[in-house]
Design a protein around this ligand. Structure first.
Ligand code: SAM
Length: 297
């Protein structure tokens, strides 16, 4: 499977795990059934799957507003290309001053184009917000960031997600995971990728053990199939939350290397688990479901 990358980056982005995730899930897309992602993040999983119907939510209003803009045509390849060319020229001329000008502007007006600019010009590709919800990642110190080839790459990524959405019935919405899970119907499939407990905590990622335990309780009562991504083990320790809350599910494991993070401690090899409701794991020798069989070739 050739995985494509969306225009927005975020901590915990599953780009490298998309083939692992999609190849292990068995879901037959019935009429009216939806792919539901309550922790959308960059959207890399759903964009590569491209189901006919989807409910895609996140508490981060900027992510949702960005994809809604693409869906409505307010942002497209040429708008992004022109915008990044203009802002990139100013960045080259004024350096960090321009970056911080855009950051202040974004924190006042929340423009999706400014969000994209900051996401691609900030330090280490981080997405982090202070306690008042203000984007607070510093500049990456690369005034020459927006070379024409880089702009073209981002514009193509915008165009790709626009094409993946086109003709499909996808709803993007700002919501807490609980509001989203209540909407799940028996034929839907829910893919969950919650924040890591105690990691990357910020305004949109206040995730702790109590919240993680609530998620497990509610998820296990869903009327439909579901799969949960979660780290299993790193060089220091095992994730005891899996044993405590998710041990009755089918578990598949994949080794993964994280490179997004400000500190060395946030990088390195990690074992990722995909926990699937019994009965919804693909038999990888004979995958009957249409989309995944195609994706795994
Ligand atoms: C690990 S990231 C998802 C990454 C995504 N699967 C990807 O590959 O890009 C977790 C996401 O959950 C969102 N989030 C955090 N707390 C949430 C909550 N209580 N309800 C819904 N979304 C939440 C964050 O804003 C973040 O985008």
């Amino acid at each position: 499977m050739h995985v494509k990358v969306p225009p927005i980056k975020c901590q915990g982005i599953k780009t490298k795990l998309v083939p692992f995730i999609l190849s292990h899930i068995q879901w037959t897309e019935q009429e009216h059934a939806r792919w539901i992602e309550p922790f959308l993040g960059s959207g890399v999983v759903v964009f590569n799957l491209a189901p006919k119907r989807a409910l895609l939510t996140d508490t981060n209003q900027h992510i949702i507003a960005f994809y809604q803009s693409i869906q409505k045509g307010g942002i497209n390849r040429s708008i992004v290309s022109n915008f990044l060319k203009e802002q990139g020229d100013r960045l080259l001329k004024n350096g960090a001053d321009h970056y911080y000008e855009v950051r202040d502007r974004f924190n006042q007006f929340s423009s999706p184009l400014d969000f994209l600019f900051l996401n691609r010009a900030c330090f280490n590709g981080l997405m982090r917000f202070n306690s008042k919800g203000g984007f607070n990642v510093p500049f990456c110190h690369k005034p020459q960031r927006f070379a024409q080839s880089y702009i073209t790459k981002i514009a193509n990524q915008v165009d790709w997600v626009a094409k993946q959405m086109a003709g499909n019935d996808w709803e993007f919405r700002v919501a807490n995971w609980q509001e989203t899970l209540i909407k799940a119907q028996p034929d839907d499939f829910v893919y969950l990728d919650p924040p890591y407990i105690g990691r990357h905590t910020d305004y949109y990622n206040a995730w702790n053990l109590a919240e993680a335990e609530r998620l497990a309780t509610v998820t296990k009562q869903l009327p439909c199939g579901f799969a949960v991504s979660m780290w299993l083990e790193n060089q220091h320790r095992q994730n005891s939350h899996i044993q405590a809350c998710w041990s009755d599910l089918e578990m598949h494991i994949c080794q993964h290397f994280y490179h997004v993070g400000s500190r060395e401690a946030l990088r390195g090899a990690i074992e990722e688990a995909l926990l699937i409701k019994p009965g919804f794991s693909a038999n990888l020798d004979t995958i009957p479901s249409r989309s995944f069989a195609k994706l795994c070739q």
